[in-house]
Design a protein around this ligand. Structure first.
Ligand SMILES: [Zn+2]
Length: 257
């Protein structure tokens, strides 16, 4: 697909700053969806401990948290490090996508997909939930985008949707398997990346889950049978699949030629 603008240093720096603020919004979106409150009202966030309204000085991504040393300016209660982490990871991942692909219509679709995966990862880490209130709008938005922007044939994405949903439904049947939220998320990933893409995404999610999960289990950080949120692994697994999936596959196939 035609690239409108190739990534250069200035574009990447600009993207990173914009994406930090988007990451900040995704935090709010995730938390308010879990709370059941509206994303847009009230417009201003407040401290969960003392209810003081936050001003612009408290809302600069990452920097405010560092400057305040992770505490509320008014009451001194700790502010979760998940805020700056969410902002930073969002900005890094979204900027990585622009760096890989420059600016194009397809870049916009991929950024949209990852906005939804990032938000669902945030709710998964905070509450082990991937709410339908986020996944369903994601399916609608990606479907609409894919109707107009589709480097692969439309059927590839349609099959991807069903492959993502069906495979995960099978995995959900095994004990300690994935939950309903994961199933819908993989249907979303299939719709956005096509059936090959979603197979790679599932594969790399499991690889990352093993690479990070097993040592944590051995170290006793994760207790046996304790469910761990799979969201972060889906996030980096899907990113790996999108950026390098086919390359790594080709390399693997060459070994057996
Ligand atoms: Zn406070």
């Amino acid at each position: 697909m035609e690239t409108i603008y190739t990534a250069d240093a200035l574009l990447l720096i600009y993207s990173f700053v914009v994406f930090l603020f988007i990451g900040s919004f995704l935090n709010v979106w995730a938390i308010r969806t879990l709370d059941g409150t509206s994303v847009l009202h009230p417009r201003h966030s407040h401290c969960p401990s003392c209810s003081t309204l936050l001003t612009w000085r408290d809302l600069i991504p990452v920097l405010s948290w560092l400057f305040l040393r992770g505490r509320c300016r008014t009451c001194g209660e700790p502010i979760s490090w998940l805020y700056p982490l969410g902002e930073l990871v969002s900005a890094l991942i979204l900027t990585f996508i622009v760096w890989q692909q420059g600016l194009s219509l397809e870049t916009f679709v991929i950024l949209t997909l990852f906005v939804f995966i990032l938000t669902l990862t945030m709710t998964d880490i905070r509450a082990k939930l991937m709410p339908n209130k986020i996944t369903y709008p994601g399916l609608v938005v990606i479907l609409l985008l894919r109707l107009f922007i589709h480097p692969l044939g439309l059927t590839d994405y349609g099959i991807g949707f069903f492959v993502g949903g069906a495979l995960l439904t099978l995995l959900a049947l095994v004990p300690n398997g994935m939950g309903g939220g994961d199933i819908k998320l993989f249907a979303l990933i299939g719709l956005a990346l096509g059936w090959q893409g979603v197979l790679f995404a599932l594969f790399y999610s499991c690889v990352w889950g093993t690479v990070f999960g097993l040592p944590l289990k051995w170290a006793g950080v994760i207790k046996p049978r304790q469910p761990i949120p799979f969201g972060p692994f889906i996030l980096i697994g899907t990113l790996t699949a999108w950026a390098y999936g086919a390359d790594i596959w080709d390399l693997y196939m060459q070994l057996y030629r």
